[in-house]
Structures are given as C-alpha cells and as structure tokens.
Design a protein around this ligand. Sequence first.
Ligand SMILES: [Zn+2]
Length: 291
Amino acid sequence: MTQALRSATAAAPKASPAPATSTVTQLRRSTRIGDTDLPVRIVRNGPGNVFLNVHLDEKTSRGVAEAHVRAHGGSYLEFDTGSTQRHLKVRVGKTTYSVDPNRMFSVEGLLKSERHISPKPTRAVAQRIVKDAVRFLEDVVKPELARTKATALVAMHNNTHDHENVAKGTGQISVSFYEGRPEQADQVFRAPTGDHDDLILTPNQDVFDGLKGEGTLHAVRLRPGLAKTSLAAGMLSEWWQGPNALVAGRPTRYVNSEAEHGHAEVQHQQLAAVDRVTKRASDAAPTRRPR
Ligand SMILES: [Zn+2]
C-alpha cells in the first residue's frame, strides 16, 4: 500500500454505516492534576468501547479514534489543552513540570527518567501527580466505560517509522521489538503482511486470541503484572490490571492501538477489529477476570 493511500483519510470505512439512531454529543470536563485544571474533551455516541488519547502530538490516532466513535459508537476522550505537545504542563506549587501523560500512573515510572518529568520532582510531588492522574481514571474514564457499557478501554497511540531500531537503542514499540522479549510480551502474533510499526497490544488473553484468530493484524500479548522496573513503568497499560481494571465491579479489558504516524487506514482497521474481538470475548465470558 502506498504512503499516500495509507494517510489519505481519517474517515471511517464505509462497510458498516452508523445506525440511523446514532446521536453524537460533545462535552467538556475538567480534571485537576497538581494545581492545574486540565480540560478533557469527550465525544459520545452511545454504547461501545472507550477510546482514550493522552499524547496530543499523536494526531493520526486522535483523528481515527474520534471518527471511529462518530461512525460506530462508544466514547472518545482527550485532553483539551489546545496544545499539540506530547507532554502536559502541570503546576505544583511554584513549579511547572513537563509530564509525559503515559508515565504518570506510578511514582517509580515518573521518577525513572527526566524524559518522563522535568524538572526532576521530589517524591512527594510525584506522589501527588500520580494520585491525581489515578483520580482522573477513576472519576472520568471509568464512569465513561460504565456509561457506554464498554468491553474495553482502548488507548490510542502513534509511533514513528522503525521506532524499534534496537541497534540504535532508540525504540521499544513494534512487533519486531516484542518478538524475543518474553519478559515483556509472552505471545506475539505476526500477521502475514503489515508494517511492523502497526500493532495491537493487550494483556487480555481472549483479546489476543481473537486478534490472532482473525489473522490480519499484528498483535502482542503483554505479560500481565509487568515488573515496576520494566519498560512499562508508569504507563496506563501497567496500571490497568487486577483490581485497578474493575469498572462497576467488573474487570474491563485493556487494549493499546499503536500505528505509525499517518497510517490512518490501518489504525481504523485495528479499531474495527478491537470492537469485534472484545465484543465476542465479552459475550463468551462476560465476567471473566483478565488473565
Ligand atoms: Zn503515545
């Protein structure tokens, strides 16, 4: 497939039109992290999965998720800061920190690197940011999952071409990267075709099995309970496990949609597949715990 075709459009595929009764609503909420009120934009379209973008620079994933929700249902959430910067500006007291929003879910994750938060915070400041970030999940994201009767929370991301360039030590996200790293991913499915930078990650065995069964998209089964010191430290994927994954008393599946910047068509296919597979898994085992 040509680059032009891949990146041609973020519009939803025509194969499954929106139900005639669908109504899209948009609202703004606010979530406080440290001393900063962060606006959150929510696009709602009835029942379906919940799609969350935290990295505002990952524009392909934002457009795809919003178009997907508008066409097929569910809810889409993103921070509405007006910025397209990867990091959030979070003030605590007199200091404004630049925070990677996909590292703010554990103190160890935040403190691990200045790439995750700068300037370097005290442990007390890191604890406060993590507490507030988790409250965002509990007070904003989980009610949305309950409202839409979601079978999965889908985190939306984009990466860069050959991001996994392991020889250069620059990357950590591609199907090639996860092959041969059982400490990170205990099962890897490589589809017959497809850019290795485009892949779906999930800790849920039934979601992985469903994707592998369809056979068309790269999929990785994240090892549950990744060590806190792992690459995943502080990430939402690390947090959303065990008791943390309960929504209204039911375990909710977790999926990462990862595609190279510009690969809108593939990312649309990923979301359609995730909707199908998580619905089938949920119908088969509505209350199964993630394993
Ligand atoms: Zn991302």
